[in-house]
Design a protein around this ligand. Structure first.
Ligand code: TYD
Ligand code: MG
Length: 465
């Protein structure tokens, strides 16, 4: 294994554009001409930080340039960049990006510390460097640490250029010297700072200015850029919210510390579907793809226990089966507890109310706990039926037949509504050996899996009794 090490570069700056100073609120991003104790935008105190604003002369020059027409259908010179993506050997990563990395696009990857962002991107960069010139820059690790990681992961990277740097100007210089670079990875954007600003690295103004410069560079030179972003306590990418608006694609790398698997989730993608997920497992030698997620989520199913139901869900474009568990116990509190993990608590309250009013189950004096097994987060209303089944099974204390699978939305009238992609869900359930699906009536669905079609919640309780 050998990785090309970038020689220290001259720290001469590229020609700078004209600069002006603004004071930007760290909370809401409002721009002020002079420093103020209080932000005029959001009323917060002591949140203004000095920021240098570049005025690109190019903009003035382009004022006289002709404005192109959008009519491009017959233009033979037009290249559809989404058709010439850089694909990696990680099918999961390609799918989350919409089929590979689009040339000139900017991808922001966020995630908790230690979740595996650097490992993932090093593996991706090594892979892409086999056919496309790549540059991997880290502001968090030294070159030696990067080499150690590459050794541990066992990647072959004769052509990957790596470097340790924390200065925006240095990155610009490196790119000016390595003109054929097509993919740039910056780990992380919070460690990069521009000499033009006085603010510390990681501050809102530095993150914003450095990202803006890198995005500008990506668009101008057609370089794809992957930025790593730290997340805040609330779980969003640190820095101004506008960062997510500026980039083309936002991916979150998530996972529970206690589980090996990791989910790469697209929350924004200008070149592909959002809510697409890719699954990986963190192993001794780096990240490995998980190509059959349902088998993973259902692998350790407990048999013969009441309160568990299998939900046939859709994550992005792919069916994923998972287990939903409910526990109901007598409450000793004035206000019974309702706790959910991986599912919306307001939705649970709604289902409990519908079960009480339309199907005659009372949870009033009970604590209710609901858990999506394996750390998965579900936000599809199609999971309503599986949640209701788990709750009914828990309250009547009778296990559900393990070969049943559920999906369907529940309305306030207690009716079970059909959901999209019914056929894909049924096919996946059949593939995994399930023998019966309990779902809503939907016309024109062809399947060889036996189905119990439900119209009302009462039909469900009859099936489970
Ligand atoms: P890392 O990629 O450094 O996380 P991030 O960049 O998101 O902070 O991953 C660090 C964790 O991954 C660390 O706890 C060790 C674990 N790990 C493995 O289990 N196997 C491996 O091959 C590697 C490189 C890391
Ligand atoms: Mg890292």
């Amino acid at each position: 294994m050998s990785i090309n090490l970038l020689k220290g570069c001259r720290t001469g700056h590229l020609p700078m554009a004209k600069v002006a100073v603004r004071f930007i609120c760290q909370v809401c991003g409002t721009s002020h001409n002079r420093w103020n104790g209080k932000c005029e935008g959001c009323g917060e105190w002591n949140t203004l930080v000095e920021e240098v604003v570049e005025k690109h002369r190019a903009l003035v020059a382009s004022a006289s340039a002709p404005i192109p027409s959008l009519y491009t259908i017959d233009d033979p010179t037009l290249v559809d960049l989404t058709k010439v993506r850089y694909s990696t050997s990680f099918g999961e990563f390609n799918r989350v990006c919409g089929g590979g990395i689009v040339p000139g696009s900017v991808i922001l990857v966020g995630g908790d510390p230690g979740i595996g962002k650097s490992t993932l991107l090093l593996q991706i960069a090594c892979d892409v460097s086999g056919h496309t010139p790549c540059l991997y820059l880290s502001g968090e690790e030294s070159v030696q640490q990067l080499q150690m990681r590459a050794k541990r992961v066992g990647v072959k990277a004769e052509h990957l250029q790596i470097g340790s740097c924390t200065s925006l100007e240095e990155i610009q210089n490196l790119l000016a010297r390595h003109k054929n670079t097509k993919l740039l990875v910056v780990d992380s954007i919070q460690t990069i700072s521009s000499d033009a600003l006085e603010a510390a690295a990681g501050s809102v103004s530095q993150v914003r200015a450095c990202s803006q410069s890198l995005i500008h560079l990506a668009k101008k030179q057609g370089i794809s850029v992957i930025l790593v972003g730290h997340v805040t306590k609330e779980g969003t990418i640190a820095g101004p919210r506008v960062l997510e608006h500026m980039v083309d694609t936002v991916l979150y790398f998530e996972g529970e510390r206690h589980y090996d698997f990791r989910i790469l989730r697209a929350v924004k993608n200008r070149f592909g579907a959002t809510n697409e997920i890719g699954l990986f497992a963190m192993e001794q030698h780096g990240l490995a793809e998980v190509t059959n997620p349902s088998a993973l989520f259902l692998s350790d199913r407990a048999q013969g226990i009441s309160g568990t139901a299998v939900f046939a869900g859709i994550e992005g474009t792919r069916p994923v089966l998972c287990e939903i568990q409910a526990l109901v116990s007598k409450s000793y509190l004035g206000m019974p507890r309702r706790t959910t993990v991986g599912w919306d608590s307001a939705r649970l309250a709604m289902i409990l109310a519908v079960l009480e009013s339309r199907a005659g189950f009372t949870f009033g004096s009970m604590d209710v706990y609901l858990n999506v097994v394996g750390g998965l987060k579900i936000n599809e209303p199609a999971a309503d039926l599986a949640v209701a089944a788990a709750l009914i099974s828990a309250i009547i204390n009778k296990p559900i037949n393990p070969s049943y699978v559920f999906f369907g939305e529940i309305g306030l009238g207690g009716e079970v509504r059909p959901v999209h992609q019914t056929e894909a869900r049924l096919k996946e359930a059949e593939k995994l050996g399930f023998l019966k699906a309990l779902c809503a009536q939907k016309k024109g669905v062809e399947t060889s899996l036996p189905i119990a079609r439900l119209e009302l919640l009462k039909d469900l309780s009859r099936q489970l009794a």
